[in-house]
Design a protein around this ligand. Structure first.
Ligand code: 6MZ
Length: 353
């Protein structure tokens, strides 16, 4: 993308909502370097880590498989509750500095017997970081526990039970459950019982669906649950290999889409920015939100995503403002939070234009 200083400045000042951010994919290079340094101190012969550091620094176009390989490098660096707390604080600060006013983070709870971290201490570390950031940062943060597609049904059920348990003692911070992971690895249909259980507990569902092609039957069956939002939905439209039935369910139920342009380009599921499905959904007035997905892995920021959007589809600043403002409708927090955020946007308006 070409440099457009005025537009970039507008996008940076624009108050923003981020609804699709995976914690471990959002870790900045600076924070990763801190983590690598710590590990190298404890394990001075960490040759593998030195290699990992070079890989992380590249920040270039990757295949989807290579993106998932990145998580296999990052996860061993965040294998204690203490590091999870630290990276959560850093990621929240990064978003706050990018003028994100409302953030829904998501992360897959991990049990690491070697360090004593359990799924519950993992999530509690994130919730503590969110609580501690409240005082010093001007951003509202909510959280979703993620189910990895490679989870067993039992493991997924455990995550939903944990989400339900922590929802009640989190002061409204835990808002839902995400379904993600290598989209070639599993079949979302097998998780329908746990998705239904999550809904019965009042947890919202944000599900990665149709991120890769040829998943029409699976996607249709899961869409019938009417999830709160769909992540990516790259292959829903008939011209992208989806079909009209999928589009009808999305449109009739106004199921919002979380769209992550750079992620799709770098992961090579979309050939070029101007081919992105954003345009078609936007043109029919479907609820969409612009998101980063993994700002660390894909070397982006939410401001940059707005700028790319404007440059690619020739959107005016007023239209960008509109996209950002309407994203408030799509958050999983309550009506009171939405009303508060609308007030924030109104106050910020004169600083932005
Ligand atoms: C599907 C993705 C993803 O959970 O350890 N994740 N799942 N599609 C994507 N598009 C590129 N990007 C990230 O963050 C990393 C995890 O998020 C999911 C994967 O399960 C990955 O392991 P957490 O915080």
């Amino acid at each position: 993308m070409s440099l457009n200083t005025k537009l970039d400045e507008f996008c940076r000042k624009l108050p923003k909502v981020e609804l699709h951010a995976h914690l471990n994919g959002s870790i900045s290079e600076a924070t990763l370097s801190k983590l690598i340094e710590r590990k190298l101190k404890d394990f001075p012969d960490g040759v593998e880590l030195a290699v990992a550091q070079r890989t992380i620094n590249k920040g270039q176009r990757r295949t989807l498989d290579e993106c998932f390989a990145m998580f296999r490098i990052i996860h061993p660096l965040t294998d204690t509750a203490e590091t999870i707390y630290m990276v959560t604080c850093d990621v929240i600060r990064d978003f706050a500095e990018d003028n994100v006013k409302y953030l829904e983070l998501r992360s897959t709870p991990r049990h690491v017997p070697a360090t004593g971290m359990t799924k519950e201490t993992y999530v509690r570390a994130i919730l503590k970081a969110i609580e501690d950031c409240k005082e010093s940062m001007d951003i509202i943060v909510k959280f979703m526990l993620a189910i990895d597609m490679r989870n067993t049904l039992e493991g997924a059920d455990e995550t939903v039970e944990l989400a339900n348990k922590l929802k009640d003692c989190s002061n409204g911070v835990v808002v839902g459950v995400d379904f993600s992971g290598d989209p070639k690895a599993g079949d979302a249909r097998s998780f329908i019982p746990v998705f239904q259980k999550a809904q019965s507990y009042g947890l919202k569902l944000a599900l990665h669906l149709a991120e890769v092609p040829e998943r029409n039957e699976e996607t249709l069956e899961v869409l019938k649950l009417i999830p709160g939002r769909v992540g990516h939905g790259t292959f829903l439209l008939p011209e992208d290999g989806g079909n009209q039935e999928l589009v009808d369910v999305m449109v009739q139920n106004k199921i919002p889409l979380e769209l992550c342009l750079t992620s799709n380009i770098k992961g090579q599921t979309v050939a070029a920015y101007d081919n992105h499905h954003f345009k078609k959904w936007y043109d029919i007035g479907h609820p969409i939100s612009v998101c980063t997905d993994d700002k660390g892995v894909f070397s982006t920021t939410l401001s940059e995503e707005y700028s790319i959007l404007a440059q690619t589809f020739e959107l005016s600043q007023e239209k960008l403002w509109d996209i950002s403002y309407k994203s408030i409708d799509l958050i999983f927090a309550d009506e009171k939070t939405k009303a508060y955020l609308r007030g924030v946007w109104e106050k910020e308006r004169e600083n932005v234009f």
